[in-house]
Write a protein that binds this ligand. Structure first.
Ligand SMILES: [Fe+2]
Ligand SMILES: [Fe+2]
Length: 125
């Protein structure tokens, strides 16, 4: 992988993460009754999505819908089979119940996502 390919991966991850953080900051600003600050975070969050999508396009990650469904089902499978079970176990062993719960909630939903993608794949033939 070239330096630029590595940089695209890093930039994509950072922009995606920043988008979610800004949305969370907007939510917090609204709870504090600071609507203009919420608006500022939301607008910036929107721009970060544009940056992330642009990087993703250059990376060639987006393929045909059939290939995307297969890729998505595999990604969900990875989370279900290895990532979340390991994370839940480790959080429990460290007494991090809040983290374990957050992982558990996501883990349960990923099963639903995977089956939706698999059904859609079947539907496409
Ligand atoms: Fe950005
Ligand atoms: Fe998912």
């Amino acid at each position: 992988m070239s330096r630029t390919d590595e940089n695209l991966k890093i930039a994509f991850a950072n922009e995606s993460q920043t988008n979610v953080e800004y949305l969370a900051y907007a939510h917090q600003a609204m709870e504090e009754g600071l609507m203009e600050m919420a608006q500022l975070f939301r607008e910036a969050a929107g721009a970060e999505i544009v940056h992330a999508l642009s990087h993703l396009k250059v990376m060639g990650v987006v393929k045909s819908t059939k290939e995307n469904l297969r890729e998505a089902a595999e990604g969900e499978s990875l989370e279900i089979l290895s990532m979340y079970p390991k994370f839940i176990e480790e959080a429990e062993s460290e007494g991090r119940e809040e983290a374990a719960n957050s992982f558990r909630i996501a883990f349960e939903r990923e099963k639903h996502h995977r089956s939706m993608f698999q059904q859609a794949l079947k539907h496409m033939g």
